[in-house]
Design a protein around this ligand. Structure first.
Ligand code: E4P
Length: 225
């Protein structure tokens, strides 16, 4: 499962890249707004930092298919062919996906709450389909089950489309999809920084260091012995 950062703050992205094995960055219009910067200014900075080979996902904002296609052309022109264009999984979006798939664009079907949306997006040529785990949970359904069902639908129908699970609020949700082996998950910095944060881990490491320093001297490590 690929692990992707769902954020547009370059300082957070830099920090996560330094400490965690991640595969790229996803954004949406709300995330861009939260950055407080002009869209292509911040997106170009992210692209430059992560490099041309890494995945960058950027969403169209037009409501009609023709406008979505125009948005996609601009996104690809500004940010490169390896940019996944995120398109809402609604009828106008399916129309745009079919047109853009015909042009060879990389596509992420987004705003997915139901397996039927994902099935239609896959048929329309999407490379990824993004179910919103936590938002589905908040509606009283099971976001993890929806993501698993979508993964199964893709495999059982011979689609190459992968699940790109989104909207996580905790590490347990993410872990369940790791176990199932979906294609990718995109996670906010807040959730990423809490993936390995636990008193037992910290205390185990503190004990190792204290024991070792008791043997060889304070502040000394293996290189000093
Ligand atoms: C991904 O495609 C979505 O834009 C995003 O992950 C939604 O996350 P949220 O529910 O935390 O806003």
């Amino acid at each position: 499962m690929k692990l992707i950062i769902d954020d547009a703050h370059i300082d957070q992205i830099r920090k996560i890249y330094e400490y965690y094995p991640v595969d790229g960055v996803t954004t949406n219009p709300t995330i861009l707004a939260k950055s407080g910067r002009q869209p292509y200014e911040v997106l170009r900075e992210i692209r430059e930092f992560i490099g041309d080979e890494a995945e960058l996902h950027v969403q169209v904002t037009a409501r009609a298919a023709e406008g979505m296609v125009e948005d996609a052309h601009k996104i690809i022109k500004e940010l490169g062919k390896n940019t996944f264009v995120k398109i809402p999984s609604v009828p106008e979006g399916f129309k745009a996906m079919m047109a853009l798939h015909g042009e060879g664009a990389k596509l992420t079907a987004t705003a997915i709450y139901t397996p039927m949306q994902a099935f239609l997006a896959a048929k329309a040529g999407a490379d990824y389909a993004a179910p919103y785990i936590n938002r589905i949970d908040n509606m009283g359904y099971n976001g993890i089950k929806v993501a698993r069902d979508i993964h199964d639908i893709f495999r059982n129908n011979g689609f190459k489309t992968e699940v790109l699970a989104a909207s996580f609020k905790n590490s347990q949700q993410l872990l369940e999809l790791c176990e199932y082996g979906v294609g990718a998950s995109t996670v906010s910095p807040e959730v990423i920084f809490n993936l390995v944060k636990n008193e037992a881990i910290t205390s185990a490491i503190d004990d190792f260091i204290a024991d070792f320093e008791g043997l060889v001297g304070e502040g000394k490590t293996m290189k000093d012995c």
